[in-house]
Design a protein around this ligand. Structure first.
Ligand code: ZN
Length: 257
């Protein structure tokens, strides 16, 4: 039986292009709840696509949006995961798929672009390479022998995925026109491209190699938008200036990624 890990985020579905739809603290909780429904539809479309190829697949779905982006009861199939960082233990899975992903911080015209924290992080560089959530997590999977075979989200997130994994299948559900602006597919059309893309991805997964091109030891440079109040210290931690830190670790999973 095949098994798949689906990593989800709330910034990437069609219909989402404002931080008021992804940050519950911004004063519009009903917008966030509506966005969760848009994400759930695309996640279910991804699951349908996988199951159109592997009907009995085990599918684990992780809600990767910090304050929560997906409700367990909205999942049509599969196992809902929320707590911790289950994407750091992927041994035994056949492939990793991203649904609802956004581009890395600083990407031009990329809707809701950020790297982990939209309020504090200017950029991440790993061993000299600008990297975002996609690249870091594809690398975590790759170092465990698991290929990242699919991404759905905006057009810039899809381009970013292909920088790291040229063979990946992508489904573009919106085209970025600014940090909080995009041209969107309608919901049914978005679900169709996600379903078809996910099916293509799992059919082709043997041809998509695990991403391993950035190798240990890892030096992660984090540039903050403002000098952090509390500066992490310790072995393998070097502050370059008041808002840039370099963290050195042998295992990618020991970095904040
Ligand atoms: Zn998010």
């Amino acid at each position: 039986m095949k098994s798949f890990f689906v990593l989800t985020d709330l910034e990437g579905p069609a219909g989402v292009d404002s931080f008021t739809q992804t940050r519950p603290g911004d004063g519009f909780p009903e917008r966030v709840e509506a966005a969760k429904k848009l994400l759930a539809r695309e996640v279910n479309a991804c699951i349908e696509g996988i199951r159109s190829v592997y009907g009995d697949a085990r599918i684990d779905v992780w809600d990767g949006h910090g304050p929560g982006g997906l409700l367990a009861e909205d999942l049509a199939y599969g196992n809902y995961l929320r707590e911790g960082q289950p994407y750091k233990r992927l041994e035994g899975y056949d492939a990793l798929l991203f649904v609802g992903q956004h581009a890395m911080a600083g990407t031009f015209n990329a809707p809701l672009n950020h790297t982990y924290s939209s309020k504090t992080v200017a950029y991440y560089k790993l061993n000299g390479v600008f990297i975002g959530e996609f690249g870091a997590r594809a690398l975590i999977a790759g170092t465990q022998g698991v290929p990242t075979v699919f991404l759905s989200g905006d057009d810039k997130a899809a381009l970013e995925a292909k920088l790291f994994v040229p063979e990946i299948e992508t489904a573009v559900v919106k085209w970025g026109r600014g940090v909080e602006a995009a041209v969107h597919l309608d919901g049914d059309e978005a679900c169709r491209v996600v379903r078809e893309g996910a099916a293509r991805a799992v059919r082709r997964m043997a041809d998509i190699p695990p991403f391993t091109a950035i190798s240990a030891p890892y030096v992660l440079e984090i540039r903050y938008l403002n000098p952090p109040q509390k500066k992490q210290q310790g072995p393998g931690v070097e502050w370059v200036d008041d808002r840039t830190v370099r963290l050195q670790r042998d295992d990618i999973r020991d970095l904040p990624v």
